[in-house]
Design a protein around this ligand. Structure first.
Ligand SMILES: NC(=O)c1ccc[n+]([C@@H]2O[C@H](COP(=O)([O-])OP(=O)(O)OC[C@H]3O[C@@H](n4cnc5c(N)ncnc54)[C@H](OP(=O)(O)O)[C@@H]3O)[C@@H](O)[C@H]2O)c1
Length: 286
């Protein structure tokens, strides 16, 4: 199997590359930056290109058996997704796996949720044998909060009091590699989640145990979060995430027991827990 991983230099894609190599696949990674080629694992071929360019999408999918498609959150996310799907319709790709988001249809007004619904629909109707992955909020997002946790003793992600079944990126990568290298997943949509729901408060408690010191939840004040975030994030991203957090605070982002059971069968093991991730990360930060 010759598989092209888009986003293969990023958080999810780099783990997908690892899982594909472990399964004996030949892997190519698409990157906009040729300099990143030297940092890829041995045996992985770098392909330079940009998914917002026609020249790229009409070139990079030719001759590959499988494609892992990520469109990073940006003002051109939907265009990049549709451009890729449109180009893939002319190729002989046998398996396409598209990374969407959990409960995208619960909040279709959010640019990076509603946008993925549109690309999902294009993927389903493209005629390309495909699988859609819908992951919850990643455990690994908490790497962004290392300074807040270690220097200020605060967990700053305003996820609220209802709860999210956050997922470990390694479980997403395994699911992607399984769907790209084994049959029976065409036409399927898999929710990818963690084993238990965590609120902002319970997340802070998990970090307190892992770090051996008190961590306080930063609270649900989205105006304060927005003001601070605008100092280092673009306004379109702050706007999208502020409304996403408002949705999380109102409804949570929870998994059904059936979804957890289905994921367990797909991966052959229970979902990785947030507690285990925090313990492992705290040990690495020491
Ligand atoms: N974070 C969460 O909790 C969460 C939850 C559910 C779903 N998601 C979804 O996950 C996706 C992000 O995944 P991630 O966290 O792994 O991303 P990431 O770490 O930010 O990496 C982004 C990757 O996309 C590549 N990329 C960006 N723009 C590109 C373009 N125009 N053409 C080609 N490649 C491009 C980058 O490659 P180069 O820089 O090397 O070019 C990089 O490999 C988003 O769609 C997001 O909505 C995230």
């Amino acid at each position: 199997m010759n598989i092209l991983v888009t986003g293969g230099t990023g958080t999810v894609g780099s783990q997908v590359v690892r899982e594909l190599l472990a399964r004996g696949a030949q892997v190519q990674v698409l990157t906009r930056d040729a300099a990143k080629a030297s940092k890829l694992p041995a045996g992985v071929k770098a392909i330079t290109g940009d998914l917002s360019k026609v020249e790229t999408v009409t070139r990079v999918f030719t001759g590959v058996d499988g494609v892992f498609l990520i469109n990073t959150v940006s003002p051109t996310e939907v265009y990049e997704g549709l451009l890729s799907v449109c180009a893939l319709r002319n190729e002989s790709v046998k398996r396409l796996v598209y990374l969407s988001v959990h409960h995208a249809d619960g909040a279709p007004w959010l640019p990076h949720f509603g946008g993925k619904l549109g690309v999902e629909e294009a993927v389903r109707k493209s005629g390309v044998p495909s699988t859609i992955l819908r992951p919850n909020n990643f455990h690994q997002n908490d790497y962004w909060f290392k300074d807040a946790l270690l220097q200020y003793g605060v967990y700053p992600q305003p996820i609220g009091d209802v709860g999210l079944h956050r997922v470990d990126v390694r479980d997403i990568a395994e699911a992607a590699a399984i769907a790209l290298t084994t049959s029976g997943h065409e036409g399927q949509t898999y929710d990818l989640v963690g084993p238990e729901a965590h609120t902002g408060q319970s997340t802070a408690e998990v970090w307190s145990r892992a770090l051996g010191r008190e961590i306080k939840y930063g609270g649900n004040d989205l105006e304060a979060w927005e003001k601070q975030s605008l100092q280092y994030m673009p306004d379109w991203l702050v706007y999208d995430f502020k409304h996403m957090y408002a949705y999380f605070q109102a409804k949570g982002l929870k998994a059904s027991p059936e979804a957890i059971d289905r994921q367990t069968k797909l991966l052959g093991h229970a979902p990785r827990s947030f507690g285990a991730f925090a313990m492992e990360t705290a040990a690495a930060w020491k």
